[in-house]
Design a protein around this ligand. Structure first.
Ligand code: HEC
Length: 130
């Protein structure tokens, strides 16, 4: 008896869900990128005596990099929309011409997993949003 009504409700809910899932939500520094840096980088880029003065600890990393000139090369550490124009990107992809790839380790370097690099790249392309 009530089947047609249920069907209508079902279709409406389905469409709403599809719209919600499909809506593109830009990646966020605080939510998506910073947790990676907190885990992988603050050992050397923390509050105390950070390497090259670059402090990536919670709440400071984005401001420390966005449109801030590198201390090593003549380019910004982070340029919104432009991964190849961001020294940070060259560092984490190990394509920088100065210094080593990041994250460094005691004896060498390590590369972040591809999913994390993809995420960082997308975040920069989407405008390096907070
Ligand atoms: C074991 C220590 C260590 C770790 C871990 C580390 N770094 Fe570094 N970082 C350094 C040192 C030392 C330098 C300067 C020498 C060089 O570039 O090799 C540097 C330089 C940099 C620079 C260039 C700063 C400038 O002024 O241009 C960036 C950007 C950077 N690191 C990002 C990161 C990121 C992002 C991570 C984590 C994914 C990370 N680093 C992890 C030691 C570290």
């Amino acid at each position: 008896m009530r089947r047609p009504e249920l069907l209508v409700v079902g279709v409406v809910l389905g469409v709403a869900l599809a719209l919600a899932l499909g809506a593109e939500q830009p990646l966020s520094y605080a939510r998506d990128v910073e947790p990676i840096f907190i885990k992988e980088c603050v050992e050397c880029h923390g509050v105390e005596n950070p390497k090259k003065g670059l402090d990536l600890s919670a709440g400071t990393g984005l401001k420390a990099m966005l449109d801030v000139k590198s201390t090593m090369v003549d380019m910004p550490m982070l340029k919104a929309g432009d991964p190849p124009g961001s020294f940070l990107w060259l560092k984490v992809t190990h394509t920088a011409t100065q210094g080593k790839g990041m994250p460094r380790t005691l004896f060498g370097v390590r590369k972040l997993p591809k999913e994390q690099l993809d995420l960082i790249q997308q975040w920069i392309i989407q405008g390096a949003k907070p």
